[in-house]
Unconditional design. Structure first.
Length: 206
């Protein structure tokens, strides 16, 4: 049954409806609020999916990346006249095409990536960040206070690299001088635990 549900999530309108139904949209809105964005800011959204939360952003210069063509097509159809959505893997060459970025969003992304993939992405995020900019991430996690339903949700998440908060924090601290994190377990309608991080002051290798 679970495998069948995951296949259904490739149907983009159904995926968006499910996200809103379980309250995952509220989790993303909380991340957006934490960024305190302003009109004119440049925003990079890595793993943007269908970007159903785009209308919650102020009038920013937005760059969204995802490797799922269905998601990018959906986002382009709705907001392609207001933003740039790219069905590309974000890499060094893509980073070179961007202006200085005020905010990088990784909403539900890192727990889908191996440690090495996380390192590559975090290094790139730090490299494109404008002075004073912020990277924010939120990921399904395992944490001591979660109940049985929340733990089941973590165990059955689509991400293959769900871990404890320390996993994400340790990776972030390799690339940022300031890392703050908190467990968010009251945003979604179904009990679940997420680790939200704010990263600043990138430490770039020479």
């Amino acid at each position: 049954m679970l495998a069948g549900l995951k296949r259904l999530l490739h149907h983009v309108p159904l995926y968006v409806a499910l996200q809103k139904g379980i309250g995952a949209d509220r989790l993303r809105y909380r991340c957006i609020e934490a960024l305190d964005l302003h009109d004119g800011d440049a925003v990079l959204d890595l793993g943007c999916g269908p970007a159903y939360y785009f209308e919650r952003l102020p009038k920013v210069t937005y760059f969204g990346y995802d490797t799922e063509q269905r998601y990018i097509a959906y986002a382009n159809a709705k907001w392609g006249d207001k933003a740039s959505f790219r069905c590309e893997l974000f890499d060094d060459e893509q980073a070179k095409t961007l202006p200085p970025i005020d905010a990088v969003m990784m909403l539900g992304l890192l727990h889908h990536l191996s440690d090495e993939q996380c390192r590559q992405l975090l290094e790139l995020a730090g490299r494109v960040l404008a002075p004073g900019g912020t990277v924010i991430s939120v990921d399904t996690c395992f944490e001591p206070t979660q109940g049985r339903i929340s733990r089941w949700m973590s165990e059955n998440d689509r991400g293959e690299y769900v871990g404890e908060p320390s996993r994400f924090t340790n990776l972030a601290e390799e690339f940022f001088g300031k890392v703050e994190g908190e467990v968010v377990n009251d945003a979604t309608r179904i009990p679940s635990s997420h680790w939200m991080m704010r990263m600043q002051a990138p430490q770039l290798s020479s």
